[in-house]
Design a protein around this ligand. Sequence first.
Ligand code: AMP
Length: 190
Amino acid sequence: MINIVLFGKPGAGKGTQAEFLKEKYNLTHLSTGDIFRYNIKNETQLGMLAKTYMDKGDLVPDEVTIQMLQSEVDKNPHSAGFLFDGFPRTLAQAAALDKFLESKNQKITATVALEADDEILVKRLLERGKTSGRPDDQDEGKIRNRYQEYNEKTAPLMDYYKAQQKFHAVDGIGEIQEVTERLSNVIDNL
Ligand code: AMP
């Protein structure tokens, strides 16, 4: 069983790459952003709450996010492994994930980061916002706030996973297929 955390700034291509990796390695893809957006669309209580944070580009509080993620994992008891996309995003989430997996005799196998320059990513997100309909992709101020959240709260996770010798990084810029190959090289050598 392999459990991979796909790591990277907003717009780095995590969702796009996850679509290929989940097929190739037979993994259950869990994107917390997608799950929140599904809840918003269906106007659930969780969705209403998450929306107030997401629309500003702020992170949704840990308790809510952790609980949601755990229940999604529990919905897939026969999974051959998980591909976590957009989770964990804080140290508290990373610690909760380790503890949760440990209680199931599982662990994170590796974290793979997609690296890219902020300015390229801001342009990419604004472009995506023209068709994605996502309010958080359509306003440069909100996008910059998401990077600030990333730098303050998510970037420290790199050291967390490095300390466990589970951190790997690949260049996220290039053709989609090229980037998939770089990620596959890391995963195949775990
Ligand atoms: P994403 O689709 O991964 O870019 O996530 C979109 C938004 O959903 C983020 O800007 C946050 O508001 C929220 N979100 C997604 N994942 C998390 C998480 N692990 N912790 C807190 N908020 C999250």
